[in-house]
Design a protein around this ligand. Structure first.
Ligand SMILES: [Zn+2]
Length: 329
């Protein structure tokens, strides 16, 4: 009971403050009632984030997102829906609806501006596919891109290579995995079960073949950026290890596409993985290394700003978003 006087006095003080505010509002405005009818503006977030990685700068561009049913059956395709829904709810996510974003990455090495993947281009407008115009917010122009690196050839990664039939990054050369190019580039891939992607490869990738370098496992794009084979999501998918002045980061492309399901349950089948078992093996290998070495990674479909870490968790991994690690030494 000894607390009572304090509680009363606090409450009285609060009521007094509210009363004073109300009086001020009407008093100052004279006879005009106060209105708070500012228009609703819709959800909005930043479109880029830049961090320093050693001597490099790494800029993630948020090129939109789409909402769809999931995670199940896209993620955990071989699981009971209830198990996937329970995992989502356990991780504070809705059980049946999800969003997936698209986030190309730009690395400025000091001598080259290197773009990793190009977004959807016209194929998914208006929700996504605005990379070229979003570059301006981040301080770049399409003409400044020196090298375009393709992790793999799915439409959300190669769709932005062309704009109205012309190169979207007119001064760039191109780098991708040899195995990926060899799989998708033959003309016969543009019909049958691979038709949709095969056609886009013919229109958006093949025309650049003479400006393209093809990497094998553990080969450099430029000094400090190394490609690593991580096959499975597609036949020649590659991830990229970035290192500058002792600071490291992995660009993981699409080896994990849901920050909860893909990481916590790396063996669960994913509809978009062309070889389910190999993709799971690549997830375990790359994220095992990222966890063991405690290095950062940027995944194309991770939650914006797409930079985080993983720790081992149960039989898989747990996503840990980055905070101020790059703002201080
Ligand atoms: Zn993708």
């Amino acid at each position: 009971m000894s607390d009572t006087p304090t509680l009363v006095s606090r409450r009285t003080a609060m009521l007094g403050a509210v009363g004073a505010t109300a009086a001020l509002a009407t008093g100052v405005a004279g006879t005009t009632p106060v209105s708070a009818a500012a228009p609703m503006l819709g959800a909005h977030g930043p479109t880029h984030q830049r961090i320093k990685l050693g001597e490099f700068e790494v800029t993630v561009i948020h090129d939109g997102f789409i909402a769809l049913d999931g995670p199940h059956p896209i993620f955990g395709q071989d699981q009971e829906p209830a198990a996937v829904e329970a995992l989502a709810v356990e991780n504070f996510l809705p059980p049946k609806r999800m969003t997936i974003g698209f986030s190309p990455v730009i690395v400025n090495t000091g001598s080259e501006l290197v773009l990793f993947d190009t977004g959807n281009g016209a194929g998914r407008r208006p929700n996504a596919g605005h990379l070229r115009s979003l570059l301006a917010n981040a301080g770049y122009t399409p003409e400044q891109i020196d090298i375009v690196v393709l992790t793999h050839f799915h439409p959300d990664h190669i769709g932005g290579l062309m704009e109205d039939g012309a190169p979207a990054f007119p001064n760039a050369r191109y780098v991708t995995g040899q195995v990926e190019y060899d799989f998708w580039s033959p003309a016969e891939k543009a019909s049958g079960p691979t038709e949709r992607v095969g056609k886009l490869v013919q229109s958006n990738v093949v025309p650049f073949a003479d400006k393209m370098s093809f990497l094998g496992d553990n080969q450099d794009v430029v000094s400090g950026i190394t490609g690593m084979a991580s096959f499975g999501h597609t036949p020649g998918h590659m991830v990229f290890h970035i290192e500058s002045a002792g600071k490291r980061m992995m660009i993981t492309g699409d080896i994990a596409n849901h920050y909860v399901v893909s990481l916590q349950k790396p063996d669960w089948h994913v509809r978009f993985d062309m070889d389910k078992a190999k993709a799971a093996e690549a997830r375990r290998k790359v994220f095992g290394m990222i966890a063991a070495d405690k290095i950062a990674f940027s995944g194309y479909h991770m939650p914006f700003p797409n930079v985080g870490y993983v720790e081992t968790y149960g039989d898989g991994f747990r996503y840990v978003p980055a905070s101020y690690q790059f703002a201080v030494d």
